[in-house]
Design a protein around this ligand. Sequence first.
Ligand SMILES: [Zn+2]
Ligand SMILES: [Zn+2]
Ligand SMILES: [Zn+2]
Length: 339
Amino acid sequence: MPELRRDPITKNWSIIATERAKRPESSLVKHLISGDEIKHDPACFFCEGNEHATPPEVLAYRDENASPDLPGWNLRVVPNKFAALNFDEDFLVNQDNPLKITGYARGAAEVLIESPHHTRNLALQSADHVACVLMAYRNRYLNLSQERSIKYISIFRNNGQQAGASLVHPHSQIMATPVVPINITNEMYGANDYYESTGRCVYCDIIKTELKDRSRIICENENFIAFAPYASRTPFETWVMPKFHSSRYQDLNDFQIHELSEIWKSTLYKIYTGLENPPYNYFIHTSPTQKNVNKYYHWHMELVPKLTIAAGFELGTGMYINIAIPEDCADYLRSIEVK
Ligand SMILES: [Zn+2]
Ligand SMILES: [Zn+2]
Ligand SMILES: [Zn+2]
């Protein structure tokens, strides 16, 4: 029986097409884990020894004695050489013609090179290394948010070519924009509506339901939870949230980042191993830089695998057909042991 499920935040519907869903993993695994790991590729811009091939680093975690833009680092953040946004001009919106509203694309586009290793997936790094990546996200957020023209900072990772990664060397991206993107605005509107009618945070209520129901939980610790959202848009869609209420990822302290890194590492590892390194995108949804939305918004991370193709129906409607049952996906991922 196909079923419609509604996301309580965006109010968007998904069709869970259960007729087609058998064991979700059996038909969806793409077998993309390639055999050999390559530690170093002399032709890669992101590998050690080629630091001069990127713009100068804006952040690096490196040995105490190592100099900037030279080997000896564990993680580096550099401006994107082909940045879609930059700080060359001011962002002034010209609305003279309502059909041609325009402004300079002021902002930043940065690349976070997750480790010196040329191929090692983030899922296979230690939880401590994942914590370094999560700390670097916070660090860049705090740094870029000081620039007054920046309204939103988007932190995301494309895994695999089919998910938009153009370079093999594992990396995340950070984009700072002078406007708040529509997906964030929609979530904030939805969360505010819920708050206005109930006096509660919709995300906190979702967590309460998930903890009671338990069928969609993938893993959890004291302060963080990973689960398959009830109205998942794609097979194995996964959300991670703090169990405590906070609208700002950037407010995490070091201890909380370590707790988050355990859950995030487990999530990535289960997806990587259980689905054999599928293409996916993940992103952090946190509050805009200059708006206090703490009453009703709750930061979270969303991981959306690309195991099926969003096509005419999805593009035309914004609704998704999901051929796997979220509870089955969570059950499968729960069963994968993290090493
Ligand atoms: Zn490389
Ligand atoms: Zn909350
Ligand atoms: Zn979100």
